[in-house]
Ligand binder design. Structure first.
Ligand code: NAD
Ligand code: TYD
Length: 356
């Protein structure tokens, strides 16, 4: 079996659903169920013995040790994190705790577990650390896309905490020989993403007739990847990646935020027209995010060259599937928009002035 941390979050849950659709190897899912974790996402696995769920904290060393000793997984795929930049600006402490201390705890537990395995099991064991392109910092318009050799220049508390975790993972390989793999991926989108991130927030706000808050001039650029493509890349790296190596994963799909938001509005105009006119009327430029990185772009040639992975989904097909999923799953959206969600919306947007 494999241990997945953070498997009730957006990417982890998609990873588990995709994994079990193609494989019977059991997944042990360790997730604290913070505001971002939602077991409803995995409701189809409720009676499936191939999914073992444990609610718990990756910072809890005794729990992690117990799970590793009991289940003896052949790999750990580590998704669990605090993942939202705006939240990291409001409260960086949780990011240092989960992303840095949590990764440290998992690495230490994995090191002890690895030492307890026989030689063949040790050779096969992998610790795959799921990270982000944001550790590389911000690009100018004409700068080359991030390669794996790019120096780290994290700018937000989120990216700084992920950068720290990446460094720990690297050190545990070099110092202790732990067979680690690190993936640094660009912005994901797709079904089951918590509606605090750009794309799902714009869909659910537009459907509710609420303003669509675009930070600053809306010309910041992100490289968007459909989540199932990210999950496929992780499976490839886990199966055939070289321990100690880093693999950048991206969609070859750079877009400005305003183009993303206009595209979502156009799709909604087609699939769920509003009697009040185009959803684009709701676009509202608001005060920029402090320290807002201007541009991210991924050079994903290494993973293509070495492992043969390329994204399968085009942005047009992926965004259409995503919008359709939110239209088809209003109950999921209602379930995650709990009291805590409303508190967050008030904290992040309530004090944010409308930009000129
Ligand atoms: P998410 O916020 O949707 O999910 C995170 C999950 O981790 C949640 O289920 C949450 O309950 C769990 N969790 C949080 N703290 C925990 C703790 N202390 N112990 C156990 N579980 C805990 O995040 P996501 O978007 O699915 O991202 C998953 C990983 O991928 C993260 O490491 C993130 O940095 C990375 N990543 C995300 C993106 C993206 O666009 N979303 C892009 C590149 C990399
Ligand atoms: P986000 O989905 O938070 O991902 P990240 O900050 O990790 O890239 O944001 C994507 C882009 O969208 C980023 O440039 C910030 C911008 N954004 C808005 O303009 N408005 C919003 O309400 C949000 C959440 C993000």
């Amino acid at each position: 079996m494999i241990l997945v941390s953070g498997g009730a979050g957006f990417i982890g849950a998609n990873f588990i659903l995709d994994w079990l659709a193609g494989d019977d190897e059991i997944i042990l899912n360790l997730d604290l169920l913070t505001y971002a974790g939602n077991l409803e996402t995995l409701a189809s696995l409720r009676d499936d013995p191939r999914h073992v769920f444990v609610q718990g904290d990756i910072c809890d060393r005794a729990l992690v040790d117990r799970l590793l000793a009991t289940y003896r997984p052949r790999a750990i795929v580590h998704f669990a994190a605090e993942s939202h930049v705006d939240r990291s600006i409001h409260g960086p402490g949780d990011f240092v705790r989960t992303n840095v201390e949590g990764t440290f705890t998992l690495l230490e537990a994995a090191r002890a577990h690895h030492a307890s395995l026989d030689a063949a099991e040790q050779a096969a064991f992998r610790f795959l650390h799921v990270s982000t392109d944001e550790v590389y910092g911000s690009l100018g318009t004409d700068d080359p896309a991030f390669a794996e050799t790019k120096a780290y220049e994290p700018n937000s508390p989120y990216s700084a905490s992920k950068a720290a975790s990446d460094h720990l993972v690297r050190a545990w390989h070099h110092t202790y020989g732990l067979p680690v793999l690190t993936t640094n991926c660009s912005n994901n989108y797709g079904p089951r993403q918590f509606p605090e991130k750009l794309i799902p927030l714009m869909i659910v706000n537009a459907l509710a007739g609420k303003p669509l808050p675009v930070y600053g001039d809306g010309l910041n650029v992100r490289d968007w990847l459909y989540v199932t493509d990210h999950c496929a890349a992780i499976r490839e790296v886990l199966a055939r990646g070289t321990p100690g190596e880093i693999y950048n994963i991206g969609g070859w799909n750079e877009k400005t935020n305003i183009d993303i938001v206009r595209g979502v509005c156009a799709l909604l105009d087609e699939l769920r027209p509003s009697a009040d006119g185009s959803h684009a009327r709701l676009i509202t430029h608001v005060t920029d995010r402090p320290g807002h990185d201007r541009r991210y772009a991924i050079d994903a040639r290494k993973i293509e060259r070495e492992l043969g992975w390329r994204p399968a989904e085009t942005f047009d097909s992926g965004i259409r599937k995503t919008v359709q999923w939110y239209l088809d799953n209003p109950q999921w959206v209602a379930d995650v928009q709990s009291g805590a969600y409303r508190d967050w919306v008030a904290a992040n947007y309530g004090t944010r002035g409308q930009a000129a």
